[in-house]
Design a protein around this ligand. Structure first.
Ligand SMILES: *Cc1c(COP(=O)(O)O)cnc(C)c1O
Length: 377
């Protein structure tokens, strides 16, 4: 949107491809891989990531119908799963753009069947849909104890074919994997009972990044990595042996440098007071860019290979950094807020997530569209 702003995110598409290959190696060649590129590829840019993984990813996973439409309009022909169930009035777009919906109930399946009849859909194998089984996420999906009957009813609709069966783990990234394993048992029970009545979807899938890394028994026919593609681990409890590479870097050029006397307060609310005379740098980014106010008294910035604290409350479009000791740093110099700087030092997404008291996902998704993305391919 503002390509010339003196702040930018650099997205390393090589890292994304390497991470994808590491995950591929983890699951083996017999398992299909869906690259989850919802929420603009976790803030990295959906179309650029799709281009990077085209030819390697078997499927793309998005949240909304409109995201799937955008991929189709950009020319991608891979199967696309819309992870959030569509509303009935989105079904015509689902059909037109050959998107695969996730269904959790019979009524939406009937609505889709009705629209397919309306469009005179003739494909003899039926329109592929994936049915989600709620094995303990408590979100989308048919509750597992009711799933067999529901899948049978959906599969009986003349235009539809249940080609996939899926579930999702709320806690594959915890230290204790027992609930995820119980979910897997529930999921497999549904699968077996369906097989007994002659329904055998060709794609059963469950694993997110955490499960790919730590629960190989959950890989099944396909896996759905998201956060790991972008180089972050879902939580500190997940094994780090894959050697993922963080794809995202956030840099800014200093807008102003000035000396302020001891006792001066910095920024709104006067919540930070300089203890000594200090060289202060003003950076031209703030919470409207996703550099959140909750970073107060926590965030650091890499300046010439050294960590320097952000001081004072982060404003909408600006924040301040302590530049003590850098007598010759002036306006225009580039500093690094996230990722690796030229010296090789790194501020990781996980570290920023800790500072923000959130998870890595929210850090990268939260970088707003005001932050121009520069791509390294
Ligand atoms: C977002 C999402 C994923 C990817 O999860 P990560 O933890 O980012 O790997 C997989 N499956 C579903 C259903 C999702 O919504």
């Amino acid at each position: 949107m503002y390509p010339n702003r003196p702040i930018w995110a650099e997205v390393d598409l090589h890292a994304i491809r390497d991470n994808f290959f590491s995950l591929r190696e983890r699951v083996g060649s017999g398992v299909k891989m869906m690259a989850v590129i919802k929420s603009d590829a976790y803030g990295h840019g959906k179309l650029q990531v799709a281009r990077t993984l085209h030819g390697y990813a078997d499927w793309f996973g998005v949240s909304f119908v409109d995201e799937g439409v955008e991929l189709r309009q950009a020319g991608y022909d891979e199967p696309i799963l819309c992870l959030v169930s569509p509303l009935a009035d989105e079904l015509d777009a689902v059909i037109k753009y050959r998107l695969t919906p996730v269904l959790s109930e019979v009524s939406l399946a009937k609505a889709l069947d009705e629209r397919l009849h309306h469009h005179n859909y003739q494909e003899k194998h039926g329109y592929p849909v994936h049915v989600k089984i709620d094995t303990g996420m408590g979100r989308l999906g048919v509750w597992h104890e009711e799933a067999v009957a529901v899948v049978q009813q959906i599969n009986a609709l003349t235009t539809l074919r249940v080609s996939g069966l899926m579930t999702h783990f709320p806690l594959a990234d915890g230290e204790d994997k027992s609930f995820a394993l119980e979910q897997l048992r529930r999921f497999k029970r549904v699968k077996e009972e369906l097989a007994e009545v002659g329904i055998t979807p060709e794609l059963c899938h469950a694993a997110n990044s955490a499960a790919i890394i730590d629960l190989p028994e959950s890989h099944l026919d396909m896996v759905r990595p998201g956060v790991a593609i972008y180089g972050s681990y879902p939580s500190p409890h997940v094994s780090r042996e894959l050697g993922l590479k963080q794809a995202l870097t956030l840099r800014a050029r200093i807008a102003l440098v000035k000396e302020l006397p001891a006792g001066t307060t910095i920024s709104y609310g006067r919540r930070f007071t300089l203890k000594k005379d200090t060289r202060v740098g003003v950076l031209p980014l703030g919470y409207a860019d996703g550099w959140r106010r909750s970073l107060l008294n926590k965030a650091e910035v890499l300046v010439r290979g050294e960590r320097r604290p952000l001081i004072g409350v982060i404003c909408m479009d600006m924040c301040m950094v302590d530049l003590s000791g850098f007598e010759d740093v002036t306006a225009g110099e580039v500093v690094t807020l996230l990722g690796r700087d030229y010296s090789g030092k790194i501020i990781s997404v996980e570290e920023v997530a800790r500072w923000m008291d959130t998870i890595p996902y929210e850090v990268t998704c939260g970088l707003s569209s005001r932050v121009p993305r520069h791509y390294r391919a």
